[in-house]
Ligand binder design. Structure first.
Ligand SMILES: NC(=O)c1ccc[n+]([C@@H]2O[C@H](COP(=O)([O-])OP(=O)(O)OC[C@H]3O[C@@H](n4cnc5c(N)ncnc54)[C@H](O)[C@@H]3O)[C@@H](O)[C@H]2O)c1
Length: 459
């Protein structure tokens, strides 16, 4: 059997590396139009950082895992074709800032229609609006080659930062297909690939539309939990309650459960916002305005939380940060990834730059050029400094903002850092990561989302 995956990104690369490693009898070709990205997949410096990914790729690359730009040749030779291209939020025209931009998916469907002269199983791995398979099938059916292909939905549930562990031991694999003899046979063929390492009872099969919709719904529910606890974090700050204590108290209720109840400066990543907006758009499209408004609030709450954090910094630093050095610890949207898409740090930094702060930014994995791109600044912009360590970033800063929960930030020598900062020295912990009592005993004033302030009271 030969598998081809179109799109060598955060999903295509790790997912195919796992299939290749677990199925040595299957040849896996990962193809992309982006030659630089493919070159990086073939080098010692993979284009994405994920714990355990280097080892996984090295294990299979050149044996049964190949990265190339040979899109058409790989489609032609494959039995199963995964479509794992980007589906960003549309920025123009009808549905701007809500609907998914499906031009990459459509272009792949047209290439398959043009090239494939034998029946293929085409697998939607990208997250797409419900009923996209219908559009793909229509395009394929217009092919002059006269072959019938099957389209399956197999959304990916991996989380960046834990992608390898998630792929190796998934909660479930979801496969949707047409409820016809050919459709069910195609589903079984894909099931047989995953069954090489995933227990059968964790492989769920459904109709096409349930599978497509379930991915959007899963992300909406996850994002909703974060916005829910973040909304409560604001109420905690007004009332003296501690959001971590509230989260523990409600999370021990087995009906609620403890996961995704961590208050923070806001969720980021390429998926949550995009997928919830997509759901909102779909609700509008199907005339369900109230349902759309309900989910839209998840995004509004997240936006508010990011701005609320920046405002809090401004207010605390005597309502002015103009010319003040502020250390930013962490720029990735979460720990253990170099991905910054929709990172809360982007929004907080932009708000502070608007107030003319001087930022010193440190992240262990994000490149300087990526930060410049995200903030829309030149590499020699005098308002931002890129520090080689957290210690360097903090030196001379009025405040230290923790925006990503990197483990290394817990281990910092805060006594030494305190000595290098003007007083009063502030820590704003946007991830509730640090030992606040200890920081207070060193002399810091500490603000952590959803917790009582720890500060000097001037009488
Ligand atoms: N990143 C995640 O954590 C995650 C998790 C689950 C699902 N998803 C979904 O998976 C999909 C891919 O996400 P990603 O983060 O891997 O995106 P990505 O932007 O990292 O990668 C997509 C790749 O597709 C390539 N591409 C686009 N059009 C192409 C074409 N016509 N031919 C060949 N290559 C083409 C791009 O060059 C790019 O390298 C999206 O729909 C996303 O919503 C992402």
């Amino acid at each position: 059997m030969r598998i081809c995956c179109i799109g060598a990104g955060y999903v295509g690369g790790p997912t195919m590396a796992m299939i290749a490693a677990k199925c040595p009898h299957i040849r896996v070709d990962v193809v992309d139009l982006n030659a630089d990205r493919i070159a990086a997949w073939n080098s010692d410096h993979l284009p994405i950082y994920e714990p355990g990914l280097d080892e996984l790729v090295v294990q299979a690359r050149g044996k049964n895992l190949f990265f190339s730009t040979a899109v058409k040749e790989s489609i032609h030779a494959a039995d199963i074709i995964f479509v794992s291209v980007n589906t960003p939020t549309k920025t123009f025209g009808v549905g701007a800032h809500k609907a998914a931009d499906l031009r990459f998916v459509e272009s792949v469907a047209r290439t398959i229609a043009e090239v494939a002269d034998s029946p293929k199983i085409i697998v939607e791995k990208s997250t797409i609006p419900v009923r996209t398979a219908e559009a793909i099938k229509t395009i394929l059916s217009c092919s002059e080659k006269g072959v019938r292909h099957q389209v399956l939905s197999n959304p990916e549930f991996l989380a960046e930062g834990t992608a390898v562990a998630d792929l190796s031991n998934p909660d479930r694999i979801l496969i949707g297909g047409e409820q016809t003899e050919e459709g069910l046979a195609a589903v079984e063929k894909l099931v047989s690939v995953y069954a090489n390492w995933v227990p059968k009872e964790r492989i769920l099969t459904t109709n096409l539309w349930s599978s497509e919709l379930s991915k959007l719904v899963a992300n909406a529910f996850l994002a909703q939990r974060i916005s829910s606890i973040n909304s409560i974090s604001a109420l905690c700050e007004k009332t003296g309650a501690d959001v971590d204590e509230v989260a523990r108290a409600i999370g021990t209720d087995s009906r609620i459960g403890p996961k995704f109840l961590k208050a923070s400066v806001g969720f980021g990543g390429s998926c949550f916002q995009k997928d919830v907006l997509n759901l909102v758009y779909l609700c509008g499209h199907f005339g369900l305005a109230e349902v759309g408004a309900y989910w839209d609030q998840v995004i509004k709450m997240n936006d508010w939380q990011k701005h609320r954090f920046a405002e809090r910094v401004l207010r605390t630093l005597f309502n002015t940060v103009t010319g003040k050095r502020i250390a930013i610890l962490g720029f990735a949207f979460k720990k253990d990834t170099n991905d910054t898409r929709e990172s809360a740090a982007i929004y907080v930094c932009r708000d502070l730059l608007e107030e003319r702060a001087q930022l010193s930014i440190y992240d262990p994995k994000v490149t300087t050029s990526q930060i410049c791109k995200d903030l829309g600044i030149a590499a020699d912009d005098s308002t931002v400094e890129f520090a080689p360590s957290a210690m360097h970033a903090a030196k001379g800063a009025y405040a230290l903002l923790v925006l990503t929960e990197w483990d290394e930030f817990r281990q910092l020598d805060f006594e030494a850092i305190y000595q290098t900062m003007p007083k009063p020295a502030w820590i704003f912990d946007g991830r509730s990561l640090l030992d606040h009592k200890k920081l207070r005993s060193i002399g810091f004033n500490v603000y952590s989302i959803g917790k009582p302030l720890l500060e000097d009271h001037v009488s």
